[in-house]
Design a protein around this ligand. Sequence first.
Ligand code: KG4
Ligand code: ZN
Length: 386
Amino acid sequence: MLDAYILGIESSCDETAAAVVRSGEQVISNVVASQFATHQPYGGVVPELASREHLRAIVPVVRQALVESNHTYESVDAIAVTQGPGLAGALLVGISYAKALAFALEKPLIAVNHLEGHIHAVLLEERQKGNHELEFPVLALVVSGGHTHLYLATQNQNSWTYENIGHTRDDAAGEAFDKVAKLLGLGYPGGPVIDRLSTHGDAKAVKFPAAQIKHPDRRGRNDGRGVDADDAHPRFDFSYSGIKTAILRYVEAHNMRDAVEARRRALSQIVKPKLEDYLQNCDKRTLDLVTSFQRAIVEDLAGKTLAAARAYDIATLFVTGGVAANQELRQTFEREGAKEGLPVFFPSRPLSTDNAAMIAAAAYPKFLTKDFAPMDFSAEAGMVLR
Ligand code: KG4
Ligand code: ZN
């Protein structure tokens, strides 16, 4: 089979990204323009600003991805773009540009689900390492700023299908990292900061009650799960808004508000704070709090995911999405997976967070089956993965 070079474009949230990937197995170029500086003063992604920044960045980012891969607009075989889920206005920038390119160049256009992209980031890098064997059933935990979802992934020749067997009922795990960092005056995004601070505190210092999921899931039917939970199809849902509230209460109970405000002000004066800057502005109580928080989230994610792996007799586990960049999370999954003889695969850190190489990789099976998008397809902010 001839090689196919796919140009991937990703603009679903706060990263404008483009990449060229060969046949779903080799990253030729991978360019990511982060909007970190734009959103940081607001402590989270501002959708209108995200769209504007994507508009600014999309042309130079795609051009750079082509230059770095020694490709031209004409030499790529297809254009792939994220259709959803994500911010509608942000998605539309990538989609409009991808459509314009596909139309002008007379190349096939491929629409990709962002979550499928995160799963294919793992497949892409395993193939890149020469690992083409994959044992099924595969379970994938997609854990990011917008999602904490468990999927059973099935491959039938060149077609992939997914069944959701668990998701968060409220906040995503990455969202919890971001909200906790914000309420402790640590800035945005919270995950990378808490990750680094968590080697400096005591993980046993603060106890959090385990997440309670009592009410039935009202959103489940929209989640592409296909079947109701029963003995043969148990569900493994997550919940992270409780722990955020527990931290808020802890801050109030221990009169930490003034210290949080002082930290917020001090860190906002520094353009790109380093670890020492964070440490200088954090007392022991704050370090213990974030370390205990991270431990609680990681243990909950690993505990539920491994329980799901046992219930579905899983042969291979993928852990992917922005939070999969977390050091303690990787170590915990590796350790706990090894105890059960379950191989666990992660993307490298650059491919854990949002990027376009994963979009180009997920597009490759669709390229082979000629599953092309019509010119009138649009963004789907709440797109479901099936
Ligand atoms: O996959 P991603 O780049 O974008 C979404 O699709 O949401 O994930 C971004 C999320 C943010 O919530 C960020 O705080 C979190 O991933 N994140 C981390 C780490 N790096 C990024 N969370 C924990 N530890 C990290 N090292
Ligand atoms: Zn993502």
